[in-house]
Design a protein around this ligand. Structure first.
Ligand code: C2E
Ligand code: CA
Ligand code: CA
Length: 928
C-alpha cells in the first residue's frame, strides 16, 4: 500500500522533469531554427549582393571605355546615348533593377552623368544634373575605389538599395565615375525573404515534427511507465485484496454489512457482506441471516437499548455506537457479543448501510459471572467467617490497612479503630509471650516467600483471652520485597480448649490420671537434647498379673493408683513421674549432682512404698539408667535398658534396685547377635539352627501321656543353644516371628502327622502362638495351607495362646479363635493367671484348655494364699467347660495336689523334660 502511494505521489515530479526536458529540447530546436533562418537570410542576402555586385561589375566592365570617353561629353553625344542605351537596356532586362546610372563627383557634389530613364520621361535626369539628395554613401566609392552596397536609401523615387561600382580610368586607376544600380528595397530582399520564409517554414515544420516526436516519445515512455505502474498497482491491489480477504475471512471478529435493519447477502454483489466469523458467532449461515432482521434475533433484554442507539445513529445524531448485547442463536441459546456499529458509505453499497463488527465475549462474560459469584461467595464467606481477613504492613505493629467485618466479632474493637493503628495496633492485642515468635515466624516465611501459620492468643476488648489461628503470606513488589502481608485469622478458642483437653487426656493415664508414656516420650525426646546429665528410674510391680489373678482386677487397679499417689510425693520439677504402663512408673531425673542422689531417690521410693503398700506379697523392682554412663538417644532403648536393669533385681527381696551396667549392655548386645542369627535362619535358609523338642503331657484320666507341647529351640555356633524364652521375644520385636512361626508350625504339623502314621492318632500336639502371628491377616490361610500340605489331622493340634493377647484385641482375637475352632483345632490359654484378664472374661472365649502358670504350681510347695487360688482356678475352669493343664510340675507333692483337685493334665520335669521327636515316640511306646 505504502509503495503504491509512493508511486502515485512520485508522478508530478516525473511529469515536471519531462516537461522541462521537452522545453529544453524545444528551446534548443528554436535556437537552431533561428540560427538556420538567420543563416538562410544572410546567405540569401549575400547571394543577392554578390549577384548584384557581379552584375554591376560586369556592366561596368562593359561600359568602362565608353564612360572614359564620354565623361566630359554632353547629353547629345553618341557615347552618351550609347551609355544611356546600355543602362536602359540593363533596367529593361534586369527586372529587379529600377534605375541604372552613372555619376561623377565634381567639387564635392554628385552629378548624374547618365541614367537609364528615357530622355524626357518624368524621372529622367539629364547629364550633369546635380544629385542633391545623394547620401554620404555615394561618395564612398570615390574615396575607397571599391564596389559597395548602400543601405536602404530613400529619395523622391522611393526606397532603394544601391550597388555602386567605381569606374576607374584604365591609365590612372583613378575613380572617374561610379555606376549605380538601384534595386527597390522590396525586390532586393525578395529573394532573401522568400528563402527565409521557406527556411522558417521548414524550421517550423521541423519543430512541429520534433514536438510531435517528443510528445509521442514521452507519451510512449509515459505509457510504458503507466503500464508498469498499473501492473505494480494491480499486484499491490491483488496483495491487499488477498490480505483483505484473509483478514476478512479469518478475522476473529465477525464483520457484516447491514442494510438498515436487515442483514445483507452478497448474492448479486462481488463485494463480501459477511465473514465466516460473523456466521459462526451468530450460529447462522449468510443465507439464513439475509432473511432476518437483527431486532428479531436480539435478546429481548438488550433490544430496547440497541434500538435506541440505532435510531440515534440513523438520524445522524451519533457517528456509530458500541454496546455489549446478546444475540439469540437458532437453538435458543444466547451469545454475548461486543458490537460496534459504524457508518459505511462505499460505492457498490446501497444507502443506509452500516458496518456491524461483533466480538464473542461469552468467555469474558462467563468469567465476569464467575468473578461476581466468587466475589459474592467471598462476601458470604467473609460474613460467616469465624474470624477475619486482613492486609497489613510488614512492621512490628502489624499496621492494618484492611480488616474484614469479622474483626469486631473476634476482638470486640471496631475495624476503623485498628486501621493504620488509629486507636491501637494489632500487636497490642497479641499476648506478649507470642509477639517475638510471631515476628520471627513471619520473617522466616517472608525469606522463603512461603506461608506463615501460627496459633497464638489475643486479648479482646472485654479482656477475654482467645486462641487464634493465623495463616498468611507476603505480597511482594517487583524487586521481591514484601510490601504487605495478607491472611486469615480464625477464632480457634473452642477447638484449642478441646485440643488442650484431648492433649491432657492423651498425655494422662486413665487409671492414675498421671502423665503417661506418650508424654514421657515427648518430654524425654525434648529434654534429652538439652540436658547432659539425666537419669531414668523405673519402678516396676513384680508379677502384677499374678497379683491381679490372686486379688482380683479391682484390687489391681486400686493398688496401681495407690502406688502412683505414693510415688508422686517424690516427684518434682526436676524429677517428674510418669505412669508408662499398668505396672510401671518412671521418674525422669533431669537435675542431679551425683549417683548418690539417685541412690537416695531409690531409697526414698522403697521408703514410701513400704509405708503405702502394706501387703508384703507385693514386690517391686527398681531399675536405674544414667545417660552419661550409657549414651542413648532413643526413648525405646532407654526404657528397654532400664527394664533390663530392673529385671536384674534379685527376686528374693521385696524391694531391690539395679543400675544398668556393662553386663546388661552385653545382654543387649547378645540380643542384637540373636536377632542377626534369627534373621539368617529365616531368610538365608539356615534351617538346621531351628529345631523342636516335645514335652509330654500326662493325663490323669487315662493315666498316660496324651500329648506333647512343642517347644522351639535355636542353636548358634557362637551363642550356643538359645532358649525360646530369650529368642521368641526378640523375634517378636522384629517381626521375624511371622516367618519363624511358620517354620515352627510346619515342623509341628509334620510331627503330628508322623505320630498318626506311627499309630498314635489320638496323641495331641500343642504349639505356642505369639500374638503377632495370631493377629496377622494370613494366619488362618497359613493354617489351612499347612493342614493340606502336611496332611496333619487338625483335631490333634492345639494352639497355645497367652492370656496377655486378649488384653487389647479381645473381640478380634475371639473371632479368630472361632475360625480356628471351625478348622477343627483346639485352643489352650497359656500361662493362665499371669496376664491381666480374669476368669470372668475367659467365660466368653471359645477355648478348650486352661494352662495354669508354673507360678501357681510352684506356690503349691509353700503355704500361701496362691495355693487356694490354684484349686479355685481348676474348679472355675471346669465350670466354664474347660480342661485344665498344670505346667512346670516338678514334684510329686504338686502332682498329688493337682490330682486331688481334679486337674485334668500335668506337664513338667516330673513327667519328662522336652524330648526330640524320636524320644517323644519312644515315650508313647513305653506308655503302651
Ligand atoms: P511355655 O509355653 O510356658 O513352655 C513351658 C516352658 O517351661 C518351657 O520352657 C519348658 O521347657 C519349661 N518347663 C517345662 N516343665 C518344666 C519344669 O518342670 N520346670 C521348669 N523349670 N521348667 C519347665 P522353654 O522351652 O524354655 O520355653 C519357654 C517359653 O518359650 C515357653 O513357655 C513359650 O512361651 C515360649 N515358646 C517355646 N516354644 C515356642 C514356640 O514354638 N513359639 C512360641 N511363640 N513360643 C514358644
Ligand atoms: Ca506353652
Ligand atoms: Ca506356659
Amino acid at each position: 500500500m505504502a509503495t503504491l502511494e509512493k508511486d502515485i505521489k512520485a508522478t508530478p515530479s516525473a511529469y515536471r522533469t519531462k516537461i522541462i526536458f521537452l522545453l529544453i529540447t524545444l528551446i534548443i530546436f528554436l535556437f537552431l531554427g533561428y540560427l538556420f533562418i538567420l543563416n538562410t537570410w544572410k546567405v540569401a542576402i549575400s547571394k543577392t549582393e554578390n549577384d548584384a555586385v557581379m552584375f554591376a561589375q560586369a556592366v561596368e566592365a562593359g561600359i568602362n571605355s565608353n564612360v572614359q570617353a564620354a565623361i566630359n561629353l554632353d547629353a547629345s553625344s553618341s557615347r552618351y546615348l550609347e551609355i544611356k542605351d546600355i543602362l536602359s537596356h540593363i533596367v529593361r532586362q534586369a527586372e529587379d533593377i529600377r534605375f541604372a546610372y552613372i555619376y561623377v563627383q565634381k567639387e564635392g557634389e554628385i552629378y548624374i552623368l547618365a541614367d537609364s530613364e528615357p530622355i524626357g520621361s518624368a524621372d529622367y535626369s539629364p547629364s550633369g544634373q546635380l544629385y542633391k539628395e545623394a547620401e554620404q554613401a555615394f561618395y564612398t566609392p570615390f574615396e575607397e575605389g571599391k564596389t559597395m552596397i548602400t543601405g536602404p536609401v530613400s529619395d523622391r523615387w522611393g526606397k532603394w538599395i544601391s550597388v555602386l561600382v567605381p569606374i576607374k580610368d584604365s591609365d590612372t586607376n583613378k575613380v572617374i565615375s561610379v555606376l549605380g544600380m538601384d534595386y527597390p528595397v522590396l525586390t532586393w530582399y525578395e529573394e532573401a525573404v522568400n528563402r527565409t520564409i521557406l527556411a522558417s517554414f521548414f524550421v517550423i515544420c521541423a519543430i512541429i515534427i520534433l514536438i510531435v516526436l517528443l510528445l509521442s516519445l514521452g507519451r510512449n515512455k509515459e505509457l510504458r511507465h503507466e503500464k508498469k505502474k498499473l501492473q505494480k498497482i494491480s499486484e499491490k491491489l491483488k496483495e491487499s485484496e488477498s490480505l483483505f480477504s484473509t483478514v476478512f475471512d479469518q478475522a476473529n471478529i465477525g464483520i457484516a454489512v447491514v442494510h438498515d435493519y436487515q442483514f445483507t447477502s452478497s448474492e448479486n454483489m462481488n463485494l463480501p457482506r459477511m465473514n465466516p466469523m460473523f456466521e459462526k458467532i451468530m450460529g447462522r449461515s449468510q443465507e439464513e441471516l439475509s432473511s432476518i432482521s437483527w431486532p428479531d434475533i436480539t435478546h429481548p433484554d438488550d433490544l430496547a437499548l440497541d434500538l435506541k442507539n440505532f435510531e440515534n445513529f440513523k438520524n445522524g445524531l451519533t457517528n456509530g455506537y458500541d454496546m455489549e448485547k446478546r444475540f439469540v442463536r437458532p437453538d435458543g441459546s444466547s451469545v454475548w457479543v461486543h458490537m460496534m456499529i459504524s457508518p459505511l458509505k462505499l460505492r457498490g453499497f446501497p444507502e443506509n448501510c452500516h458496518l456491524c463488527l461483533i466480538e464473542d465475549i461469552g468467555k469474558r462474560k462467563e468469567l465476569e459471572r464467575t468473578l461476581y459469584d466468587s466475589e459474592r461467595s467471598k462476601a458470604v464467606f467473609l460474613d460467616n467467617l469465624p474470624g477475619m481477613m486482613y492486609r497489613c504492613y510488614f512492621d512490628k505493629d502489624w499496621t492494618m490497612q484492611y480488616v474484614s467485618h469479622g474483626f469486631y466479632a473476634l476482638t470486640g474493637y471496631k475495624p476503623e479503630s485498628i486501621l493504620y493503628n488509629r486507636d491501637l495496633s494489632f500487636n497490642e492485642l497479641i499476648l506478649p509471650k507470642y509477639r517475638d515468635k510471631l515476628w520471627d515466624k513471619w520473617q522466616a516465611a517472608i525469606k522463603e516467600k512461603g506461608t506463615m501459620e501460627e496459633e497464638y492468643e489475643i486479648v479482646t476488648a472485654s479482656g477475654e483471652v482467645k486462641w487464634v489461628w493465623e495463616q498468611g503470606q507476603g505480597v511482594y513488589d517487583d524487586e521481591g520485597n514484601a510490601k504487605m502481608l495478607e491472611g486469615l485469622i480464625l477464632d480457634i478458642t473452642q477447638r484449642k480448649h478441646n485440643e488442650i483437653r484431648l492433649k491432657y487426656l492423651s498425655e494422662r493415664d486413665p487409671l492414675t490420671d498421671m502423665c503417661n508414656l506418650r508424654l514421657f516420650e515427648e518430654i524425654f525426646s525434648y529434654k534429652n537434647r538439652i540436658n547432659k546429665k539425666s537419669a531414668v528410674v523405673m519402678v516396676n510391680v513384680r508379677r502384677f498379673g499374678i497379683v491381679n489373678s490372686t486379688f482380683g482386677y479391682r484390687f489391681g487397679i486400686k493398688l496401681i493408683q495407690d502406688i502412683g499417689k505414693c510415688l508422686q510425693t517424690l516427684a518434682g520439677e526436676d524429677c517428674p513421674l510418669f505412669h508408662i504402663s499398668i505396672d510401671r512408673f518412671v521418674f525422669y531425673v533431669t537435675e542431679y549432682s551425683s549417683k548418690q542422689d539417685l541412690y537416695e531417690l531409690c531409697d526414698n521410693v522403697i521408703k514410701v512404698l513400704n509405708t503405702c503398700i502394706t501387703q508384703k506379697t507385693i514386690n517391686f523392682n527398681i531399675g536405674v539408667i544414667e545417660n552419661d554412663s550409657y549414651p542413648y538417644s532413643d526413648v525405646d532403648n532407654v526404657l528397654k535398658n532400664v527394664s533390663v536393669a530392673s529385671d536384674h533385681v534379685s527376686t528374693n527381696e521385696r524391694f531391690g534396685y539395679c543400675f544398668f551396667n556393662k553386663e546388661m549392655e552385653d545382654t543387649v548386645q547378645r540380643e542384637i547377635a540373636i536377632r542377626h542369627a534369627l534373621t539368617a535362619a529365616v531368610y538365608e535358609g539356615n534351617d538346621d539352627c531351628l529345631f523342636m523338642e516335645y514335652q509330654p503331657i500326662y493325663n490323669f484320666k487315662t493315666n498316660s501321656i496324651s500329648g506333647f507341647e512343642a517347644l522351639a529351640r535355636f542353636k548358634n555356633d557362637d551363642l550356643g543353644i538359645i532358649s525360646p524364652a530369650e529368642f521368641i521375644p526378640i523375634a517378636e520385636s522384629s517381626q521375624l516371628i511371622l516367618p519363624l512361626g511358620e517354620k515352627i508350625m510346619r515342623h509341628v504339623f509334620v510331627f503330628a502327622q508322623r505320630l498318626s502314621s506311627a499309630g498314635y492318632g489320638a496323641a495331641s500336639v500343642s504349639f505356642n502362638i505369639s500374638a503377632i502371628q495370631l493377629l496377622n491377616d494370613v494366619f488362618l490361610d497359613d493354617l489351612e495351607n499347612l493342614i493340606q500340605t502336611t496332611k496333619a489331622d487338625p483335631r490333634n493340634l492345639i494352639l497355645e495362646i497367652t492370656e496377655s493377647v486378649f488384653s487389647d484385641n479381645y473381640k478380634e482375637i475371639n473371632e479368630k479363635i472361632n475360625k480356628i475352632r471351625k478348622l477343627g483345632m483346639k485352643i489352650s490359654i497359656d500361662d493362665f493367671g499371669t496376664g491381666y484378664s480374669s476368669l470372668a472374661r475367659e467365660r466368653e472365649l471359645n477355648i478348650n484348655f486352661l494352662k495354669i502358670d508354673k507360678y501357681f504350681i510352684d506356690s503349691l510347695l509353700s503355704e500361701n494364699t496362691s495355693k487356694s487360688v490354684t484349686c479355685d482356678i481348676i474348679s472355675m475352669a471346669h465350670k466354664l467347660g474347660h480342661d485344665v493343664i498344670a505346667e512346670g510340675v516338678e514334684h510329686e507333692i504338686q502332682k498329688e495336689y493337682l490330682c486331688r483337685n481334679h486337674c485334668d493334665m500335668i506337664q513338667g520335669y516330673l513327667i519328662s523334660k522336652p524330648l526330640d521327636e524320636d524320644g517323644a515316640i519312644k515315650i508313647l511306646q513305653k506308655n503302651d
